[in-house]
Structure formats: C-alpha cells, structure tokens
Design a protein around this ligand. Structure first.
Ligand code: GDP
Length: 195
C-alpha cells in the first residue's frame, strides 16, 4: 500500500476509547527497543510517526493510527521493560489481553523480535499466547542488517525452533535502514486486512 496519510486518532487504555470506525486493525507487539517504531515508520514512509523510543516502555497506551482511512495500525506498548513495577505490568497485561482477545476488528498481529539474538522467554511466551488465541501472526526479525546474509537462514531456523513453528512461512527478515522486508510485511498485512 502506498501511504500518504497517517494520523494518531486515539491513545486508549479502555475498550470504550477504541475507535468505532470499524476499519480492520493490525497490531504490533514486541519488546521495548526491538525496532517497532522503526518498522512502522518504514511501512508508512515516515521519518517518524511517533517518537522512536528514547524512553523505552514509557508508552502504556494502545495507540491507534489511521492509515489512509483503510485500516488501523495499533501500536501495543513494549513488553519486557524491567523498570516498570509489578502492578504496572499487571495493568499492561490486562489492557493487552482485553484488546487482543476481544477486538473483532483485529485481523493480525505483527510480532517483532531481534534478528541478532535467539528469541527471549518473553518473545516465546507472547508468540505462544497469540497462537493459543488463534491470532494470525507474522514474525518480523528486525535489525537483520546487523547480521551477515550468510547467517540469515540460521537465524530463521533458530526462530522456528524456539517458537515451535511448523515452517518458516511467517517469518520475515527486516531492516529499517535498508528497507529490506517492507513489501513482504505489507503483503501479509494487506492479505490479513483485506484478503
Ligand atoms: P521500539 O522501542 O521498539 O519502538 O524501537 P525503535 O524503533 O525506537 O528502535 C530502537 C533502536 O534500534 C533505535 O536506535 C533504532 O535506530 C534501532 N533500529 C531499529 N530498527 C533497526 C534496524 O532494522 N536496523 C538497525 N541497524 N537498527 C535498527
């Protein structure tokens, strides 16, 4: 999709605040600092549609971005940020669980992991949780420009094994600065949202 217009329409904590327009929604989840803002900025051709997170983990709301009056990107606050308190973590968990399990418009979840390392326990738990709820999930391995091309297959196999996947169809190697993987991610999103 060629994107010219994107607008943050709502930062929501509670379902009553979710937009009511009814467009399909694609959620983005991942650990703080994994490259979520960078990925979404590449997808929508922006230098910055929100801040890149100089204060990781700070945004504790679901941010709904209207993309071309056709769909919403829903930025889910990053998990695995050590500095938040236990009660904040629980609040975060409830907010996300409510959104991911109860939102009819949700068509798919883009789950980001860092291509340089094996998936963390948090990454695996998130993936298994999404699978349990039957949510179509695309795994995007970010920062792939930081590992040699010759190691990509190894990285993909590692992800497949850690996540317990049947195949590697829904794993995409991505690089924000090189814009590698952009079309593949968009294809998946469009298929989920409109296919
Ligand atoms: P967020 O917290 O998940 O939104 O992560 P950001 O998008 O803010 O990225 C965190 C840091 O990783 C920033 O310094 C980015 O410039 C860097 N980064 C993100 N994606 C990539 C990538 O694909 N390649 C490289 N080399 N760096 C990246």
């Amino acid at each position: 999709m060629e994107v010219n217009h994107v607008e943050l329409v709502m930062s929501a904590v509670d379902p009553v605040q979710y937009p009511t327009t009814g467009y399909p929604e694609i959620a983005f989840v991942g650990r703080s600092n994994v490259g979520k803002s960078s990925l979404t900025n590449v997808l929508i051709n922006r230098r910055s549609y929100a801040r890149t997170s100089s204060q990781p983990g700070k945004t504790q709301t679901l941010n709904f971005y209207n993309v071309e009056d056709q769909l919403y990107f829903v930025d889910v606050p990053g998990y695995g940020y050590a500095k938040v308190s236990k009660s904040e973590r629980e609040k975060w968990g409830q907010m996300i669980e409510t959104y991911l399990t109860q939102r009819d418009q949700l068509r798919g979840v883009v789950s980001l992991i860092d291509a340089r390392h094996a998936p963390t326990a948090d990454d695996i738990q998130m993936y298994q949780w999404l699978a349990y709820y039957d949510l179509p999930t695309l795994i995007v391995a970010t920062k792939s420009d930081k590992i040699a091309r010759g190691k990509w297959n190894q990285a993909i196999s590692q992800i497949k094994k850690s996540m317990g996947l049947q195949n590697t169809n829904n794993i995409i190697m991505f690089s924000a600065p090189k814009k590698i993987g952009k079309d593949a991610v968009w294809n998946w999103i469009e298929e989920q949202a409109f296919g």
